[in-house]
Write a protein that binds this ligand. Sequence first.
Ligand SMILES: [Fe+2]
Ligand SMILES: [Fe+2]
Length: 177
Amino acid sequence: MAAPRFVERLTEQIAYEFAAQQQYIANAVYFDSQTLPRLAAFFYAQAVEERNHAMMMVRYLLDADAPVSIPGVAAPATEFADIVAPVALALEQERRVSEQIAALVGVARDEVDYLSEQFVQWFLKEQVEEVSTMSSLLAVVERSTDAPMFVEDYVAREHPESGPTDPTAPPAAGGAL
Ligand SMILES: [Fe+2]
Ligand SMILES: [Fe+2]
């Protein structure tokens, strides 16, 4: 049985992951409306990843026989000054999530809840990757404000739509999309 304090904090994290999904959909729709289809596809795919993160956490609570509640989430930002703004927001979000995941590991450790600590380890590795991806994308988009096709080419080259799936990822409730 997972520690109640961990369950409480993980439930909050489910809301943050769903909120990240909504923000990435909003980013994708913005890029779609600017006719930047590669950036749009990238953020549509990121949104699905965030949804999967939330559903992995739901699956863990179900498996641990813990109470599961599905939260409502705050509305995402939908208006952006330029093509840099949504990516800057994404990097800020990923950095915040990294801190939240690290705090979750801390709670599991404080509660001597080894199973929960092991579950949340995967997300630490995932955050290293996501912060790095967003920070590279921000660097490229900042160089592309006068030539957005430059960042479109970069995304097409570096982030092909069907990347490899991670076999070490925790199972998601209902299956990962
Ligand atoms: Fe996430
Ligand atoms: Fe993320």
